[in-house]
Design a protein around this ligand. Structure first.
Ligand SMILES: Nc1nc2c(ncn2[C@@H]2O[C@H](COP(=O)(O)OP(=O)(O)OP(=O)(O)O)[C@@H](O)[C@H]2O)c(=O)[nH]1
Ligand SMILES: [Mg+2]
Length: 484
C-alpha cells in the first residue's frame, strides 16, 4: 500500500461522521468547480471540429503562402484556432482569400507599363502644352500684325486727312488772299513790259535807235497815244540833256514817270487813289456803271463782301432790269454776303428800283447802298441818258446821293476802255474806277492811260473771280508788279 493511501486509511479511521460529511462536501464542490472550468474552456474554443491530421495545416499554409501573397501589412500567421494542434477542434473559419499576388516579373512589367504609360501621358501633355504655346504665339503674332496694320492704316488715314486739310487750308487761304497782283499782271508783264525790258537789257548806250524802239513799244501798248507820247517825249528830252545815257537809268526814269501818273501826282492831283471810302452820309450811295459785261454786278458783289467784312451794313439795288438773270445774279451775291436786296420786275424802270433801294437804305439806317445798273437797255433810249435819269432819281431819294459813281472798265478792252471812261465821265461825272479782268489780258498798261488822261482815281483792279481778287489799287504796288 502506498504511504499516501495508508495515511488516508489511518486518518479515515479516526474521523467522525461529521468529518466524513465535511470531506464529501469539499470533494463535491471541487468537482463542481472543475466541471465548470472545463465547460468554460470549451465554450471559448467553440464546438469541436473534425480531426485534422497532423501536418495538414502546415501544408495548407505553405500552399496558400505560395499562391496568395499577403496583403500589405497582413500577417501570414494562420488564425490561432487552427494553430492549436491537438486542441479541441475549432469550428471552420471563413478566411477571406487575398488576391493572388503577381509574380515579380509580372509586377515589374506592370510597373514598367505603368511608368511607360505615365511617361507617354507626360509626353502627350508636354506636346499639347507646346502646341498650345505655339497656337498662342501665332495668335499673339497675328494680333500684333493686325494691330500694326491697323496703326499703319490709321497713320496713313491721318496723313491723308492732314494733307487734305492742309490742301483745303491752302486753297482757302489762296482764295481769301486771291491772286497776287504780280500773278494777275503776268500777261501784261510778258507783253509790253517784256518788250520794254528787252530794250534795256542789252546794255548799249541809249541812242536814237533805242528811242525809236521805245516809241514802237509804247504806241502799241494800249496805254493810249497821249500817254505814250508823253512818256516818249520825257525820255527823249532827258537823253538830249545827256541825263540818261545808259539803258538801266532810262528804264528807272520811265518807272518813276509811270508811278507819278498812277498816283495822280502833279497839278490837279485828286489824292483819291485807293479803295472806296465810306463817307459820313447815311446811306452812302454808290452807283455802279459801265458797259455790258464789264464786270459791274460781280464787282458789286465783291465790294459788298469787303464792306461787310469791314463792318458796314450794305443793301443792294438791282437797277439792271434789262434781263431777269442780272437780278438773279445780284441776288446770289446778296445771299452769299448776307445783304438785303431790292429787286424790280424784269423790264421795270431802273431808276425807280434804285430809288426804292436808297429809300429803304435810308429808312433802315444802312451804311452803304450799292446800285447796279444796266450796260444795255430794253428801250430805244441811249444808255447814257437813262443812266443820267437814274442818277437824278437817286438824288431825290437821299440828299447828296449818289455819293460815288463807280465806273467798271474791262481791261481787255484796252484803249477802248479809255474811250468809255471819257464818255461815262462826261455824262455822269465818274468818281472812281474799277478796272477788271487784268488777269486775262496783256493790256494792263491801259491803267496808265486812264489815270493820265482822265485823272480819275482807280479804286480797284480785278485779277480774278473771287472776292479777294478785287484788289484796292495801290500805285506803288502796281508799278512794282509791272516792272518786276
Ligand atoms: N477773270 C476775271 N473775270 C471777271 C472779273 N470781273 C468780272 N469778271 C467776269 O466777267 C463776267 C461779266 O461780269 P458781270 O459782273 O456780269 O458784268 P456786268 O457788267 O454786270 O454785265 P451786264 O450785267 O451784262 O452789264 C462774269 O463772268 C464775271 O465773273 C475779273 O476781274 N477777272
Ligand atoms: Mg450785271
Amino acid at each position: 500500500m502506498p504511504p499516501s493511501a495508508l495515511l488516508l486509511a489511518i486518518s479515515l479511521a479516526d474521523l467522525t461522521v461529521q468529518d466524513y460529511v465535511g470531506i464529501a462536501v469539499v470533494v463535491l464542490v471541487a468537482l463542481l468547480v472543475v466541471a465548470a472550468a472545463v465547460r468554460l474552456a470549451r465554450k471559448r474554443r467553440g464546438p469541436p471540429g473534425p480531426e485534422v491530421p497532423s501536418g495538414e495545416i502546415e501544408r495548407e499554409l505553405e500552399r496558400e503562402a505560395t499562391e496568395l501573397p499577403p496583403e500589405a501589412g497582413e500577417s501570414l500567421a494562420p488564425p490561432p484556432a487552427t494553430v492549436a494542434r491537438g486542441g479541441p477542434a475549432a469550428p471552420p473559419v471563413e478566411v477571406p482569400r487575398p488576391p493572388a499576388p503577381p509574380s515579380a516579373e509580372a509586377a515589374r512589367a506592370a510597373r514598367e507599363a505603368e511608368e511607360e504609360r505615365k511617361r507617354e501621358e507626360y509626353r502627350r501633355k508636354k506636346e499639347a502644352d507646346r502646341l498650345e504655346k505655339e497656337r498662342r504665339r501665332q495668335e499673339h503674332e497675328a494680333e500684333e500684325a493686325r494691330a500694326r496694320a491697323e496703326a499703319e492704316r490709321a497713320a496713313r488715314e491721318a496723313d491723308e486727312a492732314r494733307r487734305r486739310e492742309e490742301e483745303e487750308r491752302r486753297r482757302k487761304a489762296e482764295a481769301e488772299a486771291g491772286k497776287t497782283l504780280a500773278a494777275g499782271l503776268e500777261k501784261t508783264r510778258h507783253g509790253f513790259m517784256a518788250r520794254i525790258n528787252a530794250l534795256f537789257s542789252g546794255g548799249a548806250v541809249v541812242d536814237d535807235a533805242v528811242l525809236a524802239d521805245l516809241e514802237e513799244v509804247l504806241f502799241t501798248a494800249d496805254i493810249g497815244v497821249k500817254t505814250a507820247t508823253k512818256l516818249l517825249e520825257g525820255a527823249r528830252e532827258r537823253v538830249r540833256r545827256r541825263e540818261l545815257s545808259d539803258p538801266a537809268r532810262l528804264k528807272g526814269a520811265l518807272r518813276e514817270e509811270v508811278s507819278r501818273i498812277l498816283a495822280l501826282d502833279g497839278p490837279g492831283a485828286t489824292d483819291g487813289a485807293g479803295a472806296l471810302t465810306v463817307g459820313a452820309a447815311r446811306p452812302w450811295v454808290v452807283m455802279v456803271v459801265g458797259v455790258n459785261g464789264s464786270g459791274k454786278t460781280t464787282t458789286i458783289g465783291k465790294l459788298a463782301a469787303k464792306l461787310k467784312a469791314a463792318g458796314h451794313s450794305v443793301l443792294l439795288g438791282a437797277g439792271d432790269t434789262f434781263r431777269a438773270a442780272a437780278g438773279e445774279q445780284l441776288e446770289i451775291w446778296a445771299e452769299r454776303v448776307g445783304a438785303p436786296i431790292v429787286r424790280g420786275k424784269e423790264g421795270a424802270d431802273p431808276a425807280s428800283v434804285c430809288f426804292e433801294a436808297v429809300q429803304r437804305g435810308a429808312a433802315e439806317g444802312v451804311d452803304v447802298v450799292l446800285c447796279d445798273t444796266a450796260g444795255r437797255l430794253h428801250t430805244k433810249l441811249p444808255l447814257m441818258e437813262e443812266l443820267k435819269k437814274v442818277k437824278r432819281v437817286i438824288g431825290k431819294a437821299a440828299e447828296g446821293a449818289p455819293h460815288e459813281v463807280l465806273l467798271v472798265l474791262d481791261a481787255t478792252n484796252g484803249q477802248n476802255a479809255i474811250a468809255q471812261a471819257r464818255q461815262f465821265n462826261e455824262a455822269l461825272g465818274v468818281d472812281g474806277i474799277a478796272l477788271t479782268k487784268l488777269d486775262g489780258t496783256a493790256k494792263g498798261g491801259v491803267v496808265i492811260g486812264i489815270c493820265d488822261e482822265l485823272r480819275i482815281p482807280v479804286r480797284y483792279v480785278g485779277v480774278g473771280e473771287t472776292v479777294a481778287d478785287l484788289k484796292p489799287f495801290v500805285p506803288t504796288e502796281f508799278v512794282e508788279a509791272l516792272f518786276a
